[in-house]
Design a binder for this molecule. Structure first.
Ligand code: KIV
Ligand code: ZN
Length: 432
């Protein structure tokens, strides 16, 4: 990861600059098989779930929310299959979600029987619209609901001592909840579970619907980070959704504000506009010189698996992975990229213009970096002919040939690849 500069090497002011940067990756938790899955036209069947789980393990996730077992038989059965079939790697912990209701908690704990280690993720909504309009509950009722649920999980966990239990609590709609009330509920949960620094509770603070600029969410996280009574016994987790399109920024600021852990999905799968995109977060860290602890060195393989499992396409301009993100159409970009590749020493900081990352780092090849259409210039054309066919054109020939190509693309209205270029070159200069 050291081939990337952490930030531009120019200090803008004499104040400390930049004010803060991320220095380490968070604990990652994939909820592709839960939040991601519940938002699909067609939820994953067992075969797709297996394939997704295997891919998530290969990428390097150590915490994976695999199901909402009390909500569907398929989910319940999948948890049983993972445990009974011993499909969970020794360093991976599975997580399951449950509402804070007695019969659902009992069913959830049953699904986990025999697990080596498990995270039980319990939630109830805490914001005023939910209290008043949906549940008709007072603040005290909502707090009591969370505490009773945690007490029941603790009781059931003690009866299943073969499993190492971790509790996660989410005040759903946290970012719309009065902060002091959210803190009181989280403190009560921490106390009830009997969390200690050696046995911390995960307190997860969702932007269930993203409703503010990223700095506001980060301020909310920072406030909780400072105000939680037993912060040393808490792993502070964030769970951003992307309704305003700023989930990645909100997450990065939340990490700077004190969060330890991030829940999200591959390529931003998930309810509505999705959960935060963990691939973008991880590769953003990578470009800042921080090893993210997740392996996206064959990003196309991960993308194809995600598309197969979700049955949803990834946008061609999706950061780091889209089919077009290592492609330059404009002539001036092509020219600069060509010169950047020629000047780039193997061991130097990555310095190729217009490419924020070396495509090879995510398993993409230089071959597809430059494509040629009617807006392209001589640089891209020369690059393609040289890299594909070893034809080195003198500068004047480059200028002349680029106008031949431009005539061709203007007439045809289409893009040409290296092979087309060769055919035009041969027809123009070799066959006459
Ligand atoms: O978005 C959300 O609030 C959730 C909770 C269940 C954690 O997915
Ligand atoms: Zn969610």
């Amino acid at each position: 990861a050291t081939k990337y500069r952490p930030f531009p090497p120019v200090a803008l002011t004499d104040r400390q600059w930049p004010s803060r940067t991320l220095t380490q990756p968070p604990i990652w938790m994939s909820t592709d098989l839960r939040d991601g899955n519940q938002a699909l036209f067609e939820p994953m069947n067992a075969e797709r779930k297996r394939r997704m789980f295997h891919t998530l393990c290969q990428i390097g996730f150590k915490e994976i929310e695999v199901a909402f077992p009390s909500a569907s038989q398929t989910d319940f059965d999948f948890v049983r299959e993972l445990i009974e079939g011993q499909h969970i790697p020794a360093d991976v912990t599975i997580e399951v979600l449950t509402q804070a209701r007695e019969h659902l908690i009992r069913r959830t704990m049953e699904s986990l029987r025999g697990a080596r280690r498990a995270i039980v993720h319990v939630y109830n909504a805490t914001s005023q619209p939910f209290r008043d309009s949906v549940f008709h509950m007072s603040k005290a009722d909502v707090l009591g609901m969370a505490v009773s649920a945690v007490a029941l999980i603790k009781h059931l966990a003690e009866a299943q001592p073969e499993t190492e239990w971790v509790l996660e609590y989410s005040p759903e709609t946290f970012s719309a909840t009065e902060l002091d009330f959210a803190r009181d509920v989280c403190d009560a949960v921490t106390e009830t579970w009997g969390a200690t620094p050696d046995r911390p509770v995960i307190i997860n603070l969702p932007a269930t619907v993203e409703m503010s600029t990223p700095n506001v969410y980060a301020d909310q996280i920072e406030w909780m980070h400072r105000e939680l009574a037993r912060r040393d016994s808490v792993i502070l987790s964030v769970h951003p959704h992307n309704d305003r399109g700023t989930a990645v920024a909100a997450t990065e600021l939340a990490l700077l504000a004190g969060a330890d852990r991030v829940e999200g999905c591959l390529f931003g799968s998930g309810e509505r506009t999705g959960n935060v995109d963990i691939v973008t977060l991880a590769l953003n860290l990578y470009t800042q010189g921080i090893a993210p602890g997740l392996d996206f060195s064959d990003i196309n393989a991960v993308a194809r698996t995600a598309e197969y499992c979700t049955q949803l396409p990834i946008h061609p301009r999706h950061p780091y992975v889209g089919d077009l993100v290592f492609t330059a159409f404009s002539g001036s970009h092509q020219d600069a990229i060509k010169k950047g590749f020629a000047a780039q020493a193997a061991d130097a900081h990555w310095n190729v213009p217009y490419l924020p990352i070396d495509p090879a780092d995510v398993g993409r090849s230089y071959d597809s970096v430059i494509r040629v259409n009617s807006q392209s210039g001589k640089g891209g054309i020369a690059y393609l002919l040289e890299s594909a066919y070893g034809i080195v054109m003198p500068r004047r020939l480059q200028v002349e040939f680029s106008s031949v190509v431009k005539d061709h693309t203007d007439q045809q209205g289409c893009e040409v690849n290296a092979n087309d270029l060769w055919n035009i070159f041969a027809a123009t200069y070799l066959e006459t």
